[in-house]
Ligand binder design. Structure first.
Ligand code: AHG
Ligand code: MN
Ligand code: MN
Length: 342
């Protein structure tokens, strides 16, 4: 056991790096880690208990909710409520943001945006799912926190992370000083540092996209897919196609091996499918901190000004060179169509 560093120990050790409300942010990260362990416990025995399948409800985005979506949502809100460091939770599973109004959270300084369970369509078939979270400072100084506290640009994030419930369970997070990954050791029930200072390869040879939607993709994306499939030994093409359908798992793999994940606009999702506040921004922050890049096809994800809670965005995220190449192709067609000026 010697040399093992737990998430709790690591957070405290790194606390000196935070510029603001150090103890509070440490406790908030710890609370998220605890909720993740509870969700992990349920995910792991999902087939044995009555937690698989549809809940019979639909969220604001018209998506059917799974029982585990609701369970994970409840666990994270409850951990953040009793922790006392968070004044608002904005979650995929609730129409409006959830103000935390408990005696312990009276002076809470942080906002959390969360996708409690990412990859819902994979839950029932034992494929990796995840949790994504993003943390902001509260901007307002008195009264109840408001929607303006939630609608901050991704560049304002103080921390972001994801949990992947996969062949092992990992928690990966950043506070803006690099990215570190922890693997849950079930024998001691602790996340232990396993991937210190994660770096994403600058280039890669994996592309991840739901190619079934090809016919609806913008021309730039079609061109990039064709580019990925051309033989060219010098640039390691054709690339390998890998698509799990859980954003967390797809991006986690690409982060380690090098690759690009794309969810563009389509006919059925003209603004993209993934949500800016609790999917795109946190993953963009992590990937950039690991040396990668995230774009909506034309501009940096982290600089998009959010105007609504469940706002969607297209996303091109991963190894920097791959994302830049895809952006170049998007721009080329947009210029041709007169959709943008340079
Ligand atoms: P969620 O389960 O939180 O709604 O997110 C699902 C997202 C993302 O995880 C995944 O990459 C993508 O939807 C898959 O969408 P398609 O099935 O359209 O490919
Ligand atoms: Mn999701
Ligand atoms: Mn989800």
């Amino acid at each position: 056991m010697s040399g093992i560093k737990t998430l709790g120990q690591f957070i405290i050790e790194k606390q000196a790096d935070f510029s603001y409300a150090k103890g509070e942010l440490s406790r908030l990260l710890r609370d998220i880690g605890i909720a993740a362990k509870i969700v992990n416990r349920e995910v792991n025995k999902a087939g044995l208990v009555d937690i698989l399948g549809d809940a019979g409800t639909v969220n604001i985005q018209g998506e059917g909710q799974k029982k585990l979506d609701i369970f994970a949502n409840t666990q994270f809100i409850s951990a953040l409520t009793s922790g006392g460091e968070c004044c608002i939770v904005a979650t995929e599973e609730e129409d409006e943001f959830v103000p935390i109004d408990s005696p312990v959270s009276k002076n809470a300084k942080y906002i959390v945006c969360i996708d409690p369970l990412d990859g819902s369509s994979n839950i029932d078939v034992n494929v990796a799912v995840g949790t994504i979270f993003s943390i902001y400072r509260r901007k307002s100084t008195d009264g109840m926190a408001t929607i303006a506290d939630v609608l901050q640009k991704g560049t304002e994030q103080v921390a972001a992370g994801y949990v992947i419930y996969g062949s092992s369970t990992m928690l990966v997070y950043t506070t803006g000083k690099g990215v570190n990954g922890f693997t849950l050791d079930p024998s001691i029930g602790e996340f232990c540092l396993s991937h210190p200072d994660l770096k994403m390869p600058e280039d890669g040879s994996i592309y991840s996209i739901n190619e079934g939607n090809y016919v609806h993709f913008p021309k730039g994306v079609k061109k990039y897919i064709k580019y990925a499939q051309v033989h060219d030994a010098a640039t390691n093409r054709p690339y390998t196609s890998r698509y799990i359908g859980s954003m967390v798992a797809d991006i986690h793999r690409n982060l380690i091996k090098g690759g690009i994940y794309i969810y563009p606009t389509t006919a059925s999702s003209p603004n993209g499918k993934l949500r800016l506040l609790y999917e795109c921004n946190p993953m963009a922050f992590i990937v950039e901190q690991a040396g990668g890049f995230a774009s909506d096809g034309f501009k940096r994800i982290l600089e998009i000004e959010p105007v609504e809670l469940h706002q969607r965005s297209s996303i091109f995220i991963g190894s920097k060179k791959m994302v830049r190449m895809a952006e170049q192709m998007m721009t080329e067609f947009a210029l041709e169509a007169g959709a943008i000026n340079m």
